[in-house]
Design a protein around this ligand. Structure first.
Ligand code: FA5
Length: 346
């Protein structure tokens, strides 16, 4: 029995020492301490020994068991440490490697142009107003003195939305509808600009898009004259394009102003010489005029007491002119090589 015990101790120590993983140590533990292990058999045999031998053998068995348990605990601690070390090595961060750079983005040229326009007007004391992109015919047409037989009101020119029971709803064709909403919501004086998206049935070309952006401007107060309009537009054109760019104000018709005018700027491509993009050297930038008395009346303002001016400036056109972009369609192509020139890294 003593021989079996010595043998169990020796083999048990060897088995535990041979375990190279924690799972392997579990198996070794069963082999050494399990019910069928030699150590357990010796322990079970103690009962059949003569009484005087029992205590001696019992002590030896306990001693052997303690030795084996210590060996198992030591092995477990070692294997746990080793597996922890392996994890740390696998997770090691090499601080000497260069980091992965995030591409820094940039604002789209349209946003840059809009921000700049809005900034200029905020400095002049205007506030920013907003209106919905889905408009009704009254705000988009009637209130603006655009009669029912005007060509802009046909399905051919405007984009109507298909909402059952609402044949009067369309995508706004100009930001001028915000003039109406603003005057309806407050008494004079009014000094607002309203930047936003507008929609027209239009075939895209180098200077036209079917979805584009305008900044509407509206000023109404006592004693506002055409000179105020001209002075404001001059100041804005200089702030946007510098002193050197030439501008030209000519007569134009819009049903909601009287008199009406249009401001054009020398073409960004040919500098006014004339080219296939502009034709005659000029790019039309905005429509403007003195607010028609009928429009003031439609909004509940007294046209005998108040006068005002309004303008509608194309933001996409401003971007073309400022950044010398040769074709407006580049703004919506999403070509990263184009956008990268405004700061987006490749
Ligand atoms: C209007 O939209 C008037 N509501 C402007 C106005 C406001 C007049 C207040 C009087 C008083 P027009 O259709 O010309 O006008 O457009 C105004 C500007 O938007 C143009 O000068 C041009 O800069 C820009 N624009 C017009 N059509 C397009 C288009 N298809 N693509 C890009 N820009 C356009």
């Amino acid at each position: 029995m003593l021989r079996v015990l010595d043998d169990a101790l020796e083999r048990g120590l060897a088995t535990l020492a041979a375990a190279t993983t924690l799972a392997g140590l579990e198996e070794a533990h069963i082999q050494v301490f399990g019910r069928k292990a030699p150590l357990s058999e010796v322990q079970r045999g103690i009962g059949s020994l003569p009484a005087e031998a029992r205590s001696d053998i019992g002590q030896r068995v306990n001693h052997a068991r303690r030795q084996l348990q210590e060996a198992a605990d030591g092995r477990r601690a070692m294997l746990e440490q080793a597996s922890e070390d392996a994890l740390l090595v696998a997770d090691r961060v090499d601080l000497s490697l260069p980091g992965r750079r995030r591409r820094s983005g940039s604002l789209h040229p349209l946003s840059l142009a809009e921000d700049e326009i809005v900034d200029i007007f905020l400095r002049l004391g205007y506030r920013v107003a907003e209106g919905p992109e889905i408009e009704d015919e009254w705000h988009n047409f009637e209130a603006l003195n655009i009669p029912p037989d005007h060509p802009a009101r046909t399905m051919k020119d405007s984009i109507y939305v298909n909402i059952p029971g609402h044949p009067e709803l369309l995508l706004r064709t100009e930001t001028s509808s915000v003039q109406i909403r603003t005057m309806q919501s407050q008494p004079p004086p009014v000094f607002i600009i309203a930047p936003g998206r507008v929609y027209r049935r239009e075939t895209p070309d180098a200077t036209h898009l079917p979805v584009f952006h305008q900044v509407e401007g509206l000023v109404v107060d006592e004693g506002i004259t055409f000179a105020d309009l001209k002075g404001t537009l001059d100041a804005v054109a200089r702030a946007l394009f510098g002193q050197d760019r030439e501008t030209k104000l000519g007569p134009a018709f819009f049903p909601f102003v009287e008199p009406g005018a249009e401001l054009a700027v020398t073409c960004m491509r040919c500098d006014g010489a004339g080219c296939p993009v502009c034709g005659n050297g000029w790019i039309e930038l905005l429509g403007c005029g003195m607010v028609h008395p009928v429009v003031l009346e439609n909004c509940g303002y007294d046209p005998e007491r108040y006068t005002g001016f309004a303008f509608g400036l194309g933001i996409d056109r401003v971007a073309l002119l400022k950044y010398r972009i040769p074709d407006i369609r580049l703004l919506v192509d999403g070509d990263i090589r184009f956008l990268a020139q405004f700061g987006a890294s490749r």
